[in-house]
Design a binder for this molecule. Structure first.
Ligand code: KG4
Ligand code: ZN
Length: 343
């Protein structure tokens, strides 16, 4: 991609529980500020009402900080990009209204961004010495809110090949962790204990879901019954076997993900495989993906962790790509809680 222009995009993300603002200079990130909302920890999950209130408190300082860190005057901003959806409506409204007033105030265009497209296009944020996937590629987006396999034909030509029918994979990690008495979000803790455990210690059944779709609610239930049964026999079962339990849960989840990825690769004949979303931090999935390079001849891509979890830089790269295509939004545009990737 060559660009003669200097385009500066100010991007805003507020779809769930992270308030984020970023400044991009063309496809390079100048700043990417994320305010994580700690308040939800006490509730064991995101509370929508509290999330939108926290966004209201955070958005002004976060945007200021992003501009300050980028060290550019806001008069230089070429356009405002914002997350239109999908996400929690109350959260999306905060970012949407803020982006609209900023675009009016600065007299610059507005660019709406689909959050799920952004998770995938985060791979195109420019970094030295980093290869990017070539089209067409398969993208597995895995986080606390999403589990999708997407066929990416081009920047804005995507097709969902499969997705979860119930819980997202991050939820499967977090809910399993909760059953084990671990604090929210438990995914990183399961990963940590799993490193010291035997993944074959306790076999859990894999769901039988057709096609390229996923289901994780059955796994959660079978883990719950298993733990209840074992603790009746031995009240210290979880304590004494935590590493093995975590390793077994994690390896089951990874097997489920890798099975579907393999199936998608076989069906499409595509060997360019990209992952994204907060769960891509998991060491098990990273290892499985690396091994698949040799095993199946795949080229695999994992963005920097900062660009995997919810962040505004990924909104900014989409804003840049739309800007150079001349795709702008009307100021009457509304947030969209349900917003599919190919719309
Ligand atoms: O993308 P993200 O920050 O937020 C959204 O859900 O959009 O993803 C958060 C999810 C949580 O469910 C968290 O437990 C999970 O990612 N996660 C992990 C790991 N790090 C984060 N799950 C397993 N292993 C990890 N190392
Ligand atoms: Zn997300």
């Amino acid at each position: 991609m060559h660009h003669k222009q200097n385009i500066y995009i100010l991007a805003i993300e507020s779809s769930c529980d992270d308030t984020s603002a970023a400044v991009m200079h063309n496809d390079k990130m100048l700043s990417n500020v994320v305010a994580t909302q700690k308040i939800h920890e006490a509730y064991g999950g995101v509370v929508p009402e509290l999330a939108s209130r926290a966004h209201q408190q955070n958005i002004v300082p976060v945007v200021h900080q992003a501009l300050a860190k980028a060290n550019i005057d806001k008069k230089l901003v070429s356009a405002i990009a914002f997350t239109r959806g999908p996400g929690l409506l109350g959260s999306l409204l905060v970012g949407t209204s803020f982006a609209k007033s900023l675009s009016l105030g600065l007299k610059v265009p507005l660019i709406e961004v689909n959050h799920m497209q952004a998770h995938i296009l985060a791979h195109f944020i420019k970094e030295e010495d980093k290869k990017v996937p070539s089209f067409p590629f398969l993208a597995l987006t895995i986080s606390g809110g999403h589990t999708q396999i997407v066929l990416v034909n081009n920047y804005f030509d995507m097709e969902i090949l499969g997705e979860t029918l119930d819980d997202a994979v991050g939820e499967a990690f977090d809910k399993s962790a909760k059953i084990l008495g671990l604090p929210y979000p438990g995914g990183p803790l399961v990963d940590k204990y799993a490193a010291k455990g035997n993944p074959k210690a306790f076999p859990f059944p894999k769901p039988k879901v057709k096609d390229l779709n996923f289901s994780f609610s059955g796994l959660k239930t079978s883990i719950l019954y298993f733990i209840q049964r074992e603790t009746r026999k031995n009240p210290n079962f979880v304590e004494q076997n935590l590493n093995d339990i975590c390793a077994s849960i994690q390896s089951t989840i990874i097997l489920i993900l890798m099975d579907k990825l393999k199936k998608a690769a076989a069906q499409t004949g595509i060997k360019e495989i990209a992952i994204g979303g907060g769960v891509s931090a998991n060491s098990g999935i990273r290892k499985a993906l690396q091994e698949s390079e040799v095993k199946y001849g795949w080229s695999t891509y994992i963005p920097k962790f900062e660009y995997c979890t919810d962040n505004a830089a990924m909104i900014g790269i989409v804003g840049y790509l739309k800007y150079i295509d001349g795709v702008f939004s009307d100021e009457r545009i509304a947030a969209k809680a349900r917003y599919v990737i190919n719309q």
